[in-house]
Design a protein around this ligand. Structure first.
Ligand SMILES: [Zn+2]
Ligand SMILES: [Zn+2]
Length: 388
């Protein structure tokens, strides 16, 4: 089959690789009909994650048709149309049983490595380095889906691929950032970053009842998309976002600050990685900047909700501000499984059509050009969908 393989910084290639096979009774094979390039794939593309190996297949946002099921999968049949959550979860461990799917204890075969770095291992993730399990990703014609009796979610024919593809990651990710911040009605919410996750955070905050959403970015077409989603916008290249937020909130600050930027230098390897990370951070000072800003801007007693991906250490986090203002922090990889049903219902009832975020469609063969365009934000690129 054809697959998009990683070879190093800025080097991804579409290659012929062996078709995936069932390895466990609880596996299924999915023929991919749509897959997308994620902002977090750019961390791999820019080689900030040291546990990548040449030839690794990328992609954690994909959907398709079930073409093979293992003997232990009785809820799926060949021909089912499914979306697949990006975290891999067993369904039976303490974390899965408590609706904390991205923290599954049984899906990361490289848990030992992750434990050394994080204290405990997070769930495995498709196409996202060996630290996250070393699973082949979905930017390919076919993909093996482990724990297929738990993850893949059947979607009705009444909704198109474009409408449900983003249930795999960015819609639930934006939604979770708003939901865990406790938005229940009347809040003023600020969102840093108007990339795909930021766009869904804006719309989710409004769906949950926020009175105002103020979005911060510097890319005109992304700010325009945020405006169309109902946000007031701040272009931080034109005005100080701090001053603007102060003015817009009568000096009090937003009740909820959602950080949808993350930082580039989030990958980690083994011992001695800390110094390497600090070195990396020096060339990426702009990224943790958004988190610092969110902490300083947030109203006293407010919530800072982090949707952007962090993986290592960050310098100069204003902990004094966070403590003395009594802030609450919420964060984490998305428990996608938790949101599939309720968010599909929102799509079906017409509350949101997630396909608004798609700006480019490419064949899988053109994925390398898609990565470059997305990273460089060329041609108004916000979200690239690939069709194998
Ligand atoms: Zn993603
Ligand atoms: Zn589990």
């Amino acid at each position: 089959m054809k697959a998009l393989c990683w070879y190093g910084r800025g080097d991804v290639r579409v290659e012929r690789v062996p078709d995936p096979e069932l390895l466990n009774p609880r596996d299924a094979i999915v023929k991919v009909t749509r897959t997308a390039i994620c902002g977090s794939d750019l961390h791999l593309y820019d080689a900030y994650i040291p546990t990548m190996r040449k030839g690794d297949i990328l992609g954690h946002e994909f959907m398709g048709e079930v073409v093979e099921v293992g003997s232990g999968v009785d809820n799926l049949a060949v021909g089912d149309r499914v979306v697949v959550p990006f975290p891999i979860a067993c369904g039976g461990c303490y974390f899965c049983q408590n609706d904390l799917w991205s923290l599954c204890d049984n899906s990361n075969p490289n848990a030992r490595l992750a434990e050394a770095l994080f204290g405990h291992a997070p769930a495995g993730i498709f196409g996202y380095s060996h630290l996250m399990g070393g699973y082949a990703g979905g930017q390919a014609e076919y993909v093996r889906v482990p724990f297929a009796d738990v993850g893949p979610f059947k979607v009705p024919e009444s909704v198109s691929d474009d409408q449900v593809l983003f249930l795999t990651d960015i819609f639930p990710t934006g939604y979770q950032a708003a939901e865990v911040a406790g938005i229940s009605g009347g809040e003023t919410v600020a969102v840093w970053g108007c990339g795909p996750v930021g766009q869904f955070a804006i719309r989710s905050a409004l769906m949950l009842g926020a009175e105002r959403v103020i979005a911060i970015d510097r890319v005109p077409e992304r700010l325009e998309m945020a405006k169309q989603g109902g946000a007031e916008v701040i272009n931080y290249e034109e005005v100080s976002s701090r001053d603007a937020l102060t003015a817009l909130t009568g000096g009090r600050g937003p009740d909820v600050c959602i950080e949808a930027v993350g930082m580039e230098a989030h990958g980690m390897g083994a011992a001695g990685v800390y110094d390497r990370l600090k070195q990396e951070l020096k060339v990426e000072t702009g990224r943790p900047h958004a988190l610092r800003e969110a902490i300083l801007a947030c109203r006293k007693g407010g919530v800072v909700s982090v949707a952007g991906v962090f993986g290592g250490f960050i310098d100069k986090l204003p902990m004094g501000a966070a403590f003395n203002k009594g802030l609450t922090f919420k964060m984490g990889q998305t428990h996608v499984h938790r949101y599939l049903k309720p968010l599909l219902a929102r799509i079906e009832e017409g509350a949101i059509d997630p396909s608004f975020v798609i700006t480019h469609r490419l064949a899988l063969d053109d994925a390398p050009a898609g990565y470059k365009m997305f990273r460089d934000k060329h041609d108004g690129c916000v979200k690239v969908v690939l069709q194998p």
